[in-house]
Design a binder for this molecule. Sequence first.
Ligand code: FHN
Length: 431
Amino acid sequence: MDTVLQDPVKERNERTHWFRNDRFGMFVHWGLYAIPARGEWVRSVEQLSVEDYQPYFEQFNPDRYNPREWAKAARQAGMKYAVLTAKHHDGFCLFDSELTDYKATNTKAGRDLVREFLDAFREEGLKVGLYYSLIDWHHEDYPAYGDRVHPMRNNEAYKRDMGNFHRYVDYLHGQVRELLTNYGKLDIMWFDFSYDNMAGETWRATELMSMIRSLQPHIVIDNRLEASGEHGGSIYTSEPSIYAGDFASPEQIIPPEGVTDNNGSPIPWEACITLNNNWGYAAADRTYKSAATVIRKLVECVSKNGNLLLNVGPNARGEIPQESLDILAEVGNWIALNGDSIYGCSQADFPKPEWGRYTQIGSTLYAHIFEESIGPINLSGLAGKVSRAALLADGSEVFLSRPWNASHFPDDAFVNFARPEHMTYPLPDAR
Ligand code: FHN
């Protein structure tokens, strides 16, 4: 019987207040897989044995790793928090765990990459989180044979007795304890991922959550101890389990209507999205999203009560790809002018207009006009509900009664026009 919290929704809302305010974070997928540079699933996709993968451990030496530069790029992009892979599915630990030799401090790097990351991002004023993979392709007690996510799925040579799986779960709990004990205050714990019968109590999740809440009671946790992404889990019910998590984690998509529980009440959620098509560094993948696309995705998330966790995949020398840095800088230029329409904002009281999206904070409405809006942009629907309108970027007045075309506005990906003192509408009870 899963333990049901006294008032889980109230507790969740208190824990996630900062998270629902900050709206925009950086996801960082980094590890040995940056050397083959074919994405973080390369061991599985190419069915590489532990021995095949070992050269990457021996070579790993990110001589250009300077997390302060990463943190500056995130801050300047308008990101308010960041999550780093402390251990991904390949089992390689970027932190100095006492429980394994398969860690960065035993490579030529000789450094605790997690500690340096956390220090740097805190110094830049961002909140910090760690991603921890429940799946572990390296650990000898993690199931291999037949497990659909293990690289050597049906290779008899890798057939193992599930009988020792409890030793892996002990290891998992022990490493989470290390991360929550040895690295200061963490703001997010990002577990990844549950599947088939590998979920919930298979990870001894009740015991794990009790330990987490005792060590860092404030920490915000995703829903993947129980599920994966936006699929399922008791977070979608009015009685979430103790390990339901604090936010749903749709991946590579923005849910059409946002995320609500089975009573229609909004649930905190965060869409995690790659800048190109890979989480881990993939040298050949140049299919980067434009800054305009990123901004619109951020606006869309916020307009539906959600967050955007935008991923970068640093290379084997420890550098974020220049393409990613350029996009982040351009997004940052937009947010510097328009951040009021993102931070602290949520879904508006008005239905989505055909020419873009609304975000709202208190009685202030922000209208985001997407440039592909065709034909006149009719704002008259807001007349009588909004006192005045102005371009957020330069404060210039916008007449609600006048039909507009997107070309009337600066050639941003889209423009906002609002300002607390210019575009307010009477509170519902004052109408
Ligand atoms: O398998 C992982 C994948 O490598 C990546 O870490 C994403 C990020 O959310 N999570 C899993 C796929 O859902």
